[in-house]
Design a protein around this ligand. Structure first.
Ligand SMILES: [Zn+2]
Length: 171
């Protein structure tokens, strides 16, 4: 690992911290040449996956881009950064172990992300699918909502007594 200050190739690892959620290892390093301290982030990568977009363009799989699109769908929902990271990690691992080819379609990634979101938060699921499937009409939403199973993940809320005010309006 090259020192960002003096470009020397010699450094010592002072501390290693594995992160169980996203599978990364953070290493504190000290440069043997100039004594500068810096941190590197390592991630095990099993394959060099490429993504074929709907336009036909092929680009390297970008985990951060996937995380961003999931985070946008989860905005103001009760989904933590840690949950988003673990969705991305499990999608990444699934692609690395299951994809028959190093080139995967953006459609397939979208499908995996949508599946994960459906079990986590149906609202985030609908938002995500509306973007990745490029919804243009309200009927697109109706169709996808019709596919969501009735039982929501927060089933314990059903044990609460019914609200005092009759639900006369939607909002
Ligand atoms: Zn240095």
């Amino acid at each position: 690992m090259r020192c960002p200050y003096c470009n020397s190739n010699e450094s010592q690892v002072k501390d290693s911290r594995p992160n169980e959620t996203d599978g990364t290892i953070r290493r504190r390093r000290i440069c043997n040449e100039c004594g500068a301290r810096f941190t590197t982030l390592e991630r095990v990568q099993l394959r060099d996956l490429m993504v074929r977009k709907t336009s036909g363009q092929i680009e390297p799989f970008d985990r951060d881009k996937l995380a961003r699109s999931i985070r946008v769908a989860c905005r103001k929902r009760e989904v933590s950064d840690k949950q988003v990271e673990s969705i991305v990690t499990s999608i990444h691992r699934r692609m690395e172990t299951e994809a028959p080819d190093d080139i995967i379609t953006s459609e397939y990634i979208g499908q995996l992300a949508a599946e994960s979101l459906l079990s986590l938060d149906p609202i985030a699921f609908v938002r995500f699918v509306s973007v990745y499937k490029k919804f243009t009409k309200i009927t697109d939403f109706k169709k996808i909502i019709a596919q969501i199973p009735e039982a929501e993940p927060n089933a314990e809320a059903c044990d609460l007594p019914p609200p005092k005010h009759p639900a006369g309006r939607l909002f």
